[in-house]
Design a binder for this molecule. Structure first.
Ligand SMILES: [Zn+2]
Length: 492
């Protein structure tokens, strides 16, 4: 048996002004054999594809893989390029392969498209014809509806956020394909949508009642004969699309079994909508900093200030407030600013600098903060992650500097990377435990490491493009007349 494997992932914050370009994707692009070799052993969807295919003795042809993380809408040029490369690559081998495995995010938008993930699958289907199996692994934050299922045979998403099971998700998808190829029995897939949106911050699967709903989705196949797999997708509320929001997908022996499973779970999500939207966990900037300063005096572990509304790792709202309050010890890892990083790197290790940094990605990012102090590190940094989310994945920070600005340590990076684990300390010979206040920007993934490490996590809402109150966003495509929290009517 022989399968083709491709990956094309972006989580789009549609409101950000600067689109994600072809060059942004090309930084993390792999081709042909490197798609297989570069993902082997990683906790990524394609890593899971590779693990199962190698264990089953299935031949693999890698086409292309790329991921631009979480950023703005893609340019149409970038979308057209990868869609073409994937389709042409599959067309070249289509007479030799028995199936296609795709790794997509599910919440990409482009400048003109609101469901490019489904568009890619449609184009692949056009190439391989109606009979060839197409099985897709997706992010838990995918926005999905019936459209993608018109072209894909089965969909599988991460169960957890933090995404500690990305590799296992790829493995679930690959095992489905293997079962189909061995038995000749085509699986049936169904989707249901509860009409509920929540900000990413509330999509953490350790928060109840979501934790219980996810447990139920994982347990369902062992209780229902013929049901193979159920995924709850939380959706991604900062992608502006008609299908933004929660969905439930099930894969089963027949459609009726799958449909019943997703309808039941979707109804439960709708009933729990108010409990899923945890407004009382969110603090204002001054409330958050007040609380962090008060608690850090007596805390034995760090307090995390979560600037969750930042989508590009350059917001300066919290950093500026810490500087303004004269905070003497804090860490602000991975502030994205290529110009400021270049300036500090040029000054060199040991230099005393005064640099304006961050706050540039949009008029909501806070404007630049002035960092006055000593450069403790200056150089180009690339490493592989050691934390549980995406373990083993390569991180390229580019030219990077660490500045000690009066006890507030800020690392400036050339590429926008979100700090998820303690690599952002270890790379500079630092320990997270030595800092009473740590400013992070991850939405849920950081919790895998920082929930046990931190005394407390304080969620601070800043006026950036990923706010806790979704009703403040200028949606154009989300049907705000039919979806919670914009309306609290019955299910659409
Ligand atoms: Zn995600």
């Amino acid at each position: 048996m022989h399968v083709a494997i491709a990956g094309f992932m972006l989580e789009s914050v549609s409101f950000l002004p600067q689109p994600t370009t072809l060059a942004d994707f090309q930084r993390r692009e792999l081709h042909c054999r490197a798609v297989i070799d570069g993902h082997r052993g990683t906790n990524q969807i394609i890593g899971g594809f590779v693990e199962v295919c190698e264990a089953e003795g299935i031949e693999m042809t890698g086409i292309v893989s790329t991921s631009a993380g979480a950023a703005a809408s893609a340019t149409d040029e970038a979308f057209d390029h990868y869609c073409r490369v994937i389709c042409e690559g599959i067309a070249r081998v289509k007479d030799r392969i028995d199936g296609v495995l795709l790794a997509l995010h599910g919440a990409m938008t482009t400048v003109t498209r609101t469901d490019p993930d489904a568009d890619v699958v449609r184009e692949v289907r056009r190439v391989v014809g109606p009979e060839m199996p197409i099985v897709v692994g997706l992010d838990y934050h995918g926005n999905l509806d019936e459209e993608i299922l018109r072209h894909a045979d089965a969909l599988f998403g991460y169960h957890y956020s933090p995404h500690t099971d990305m590799g296992e998700t790829g493995a679930r998808a690959a095992r489905c394909l293997v079962r189909w190829l061995k038995t000749g029995k085509k699986p049936a897939t169904a989707i249901a949508r509860p009409g509920v949106m929540v900000p990413s911050i509330f999509s953490a699967t350790n928060l109840e009642p979501l934790a219980g709903l996810v447990r139920e989705s994982i347990d369902m196949p062992s209780c229902v004969p013929g049901l193979h797999d159920v995924t709850i997708f939380a959706g991604f509320s900062y992608a502006d699309a008609p299908n933004t929001g929660f969905s439930v997908v099930a894969v089963a022996d027949d459609k009726a079994i799958a449909q019943k499973a997703v309808d039941d779970l979707s109804l439960k999500i709708h009933y729990e909508r108010h409990q899923l939207y945890k407004r009382d966990l969110v603090l204002t900037l001054s409330q958050g900093v007040d609380e962090a300063l008060r608690r850090s005096n007596s805390a034995t572990k760090p307090i995390v200030l979560l600037e969750h509304a930042d989508r590009l790792n350059d917001s300066t709202h919290v950093l500026k407030e810490l500087i303004r309050r004269g905070v003497r010890k804090a860490m602000v890892p991975y502030l994205w600013d290529p110009k400021a990083a270049a300036e500090a790197v040029a000054a060199g290790k040991g230099a005393t600098v005064s640099i304006k940094a961050g706050g540039f990605s949009s008029d909501r990012a806070g404007g630049p903060a002035t960092l006055s102090g000593k450069v403790l590190f200056a150089g180009d940094l690339t490493y592989r992650t050691t934390g549980p989310v995406g373990r083993g994945s390569e991180v390229r920070l580019g030219p990077t500097a660490l500045i000690d600005a009066g006890g507030i340590f800020v690392s400036l990076t050339t590429n926008p990377i979100t700090a998820l684990d303690t690599d952002c300390f270890a790379q500079f010979g630092l320990k997270a435990e030595d800092f009473p206040i740590i400013v992070l920007r991850s939405k849920t993934h950081f919790r895998a490491v920082y929930q046990p490490l931190a005394e407390d996590i304080l969620i601070v809402d800043t006026p950036d493009w990923g706010p806790a109150d979704l009703t403040t966003l200028p949606y154009r495509h989300v049907p705000t007349d039919r979806v919670f929290p914009f309306v609290d009517a019955g299910r659409p």
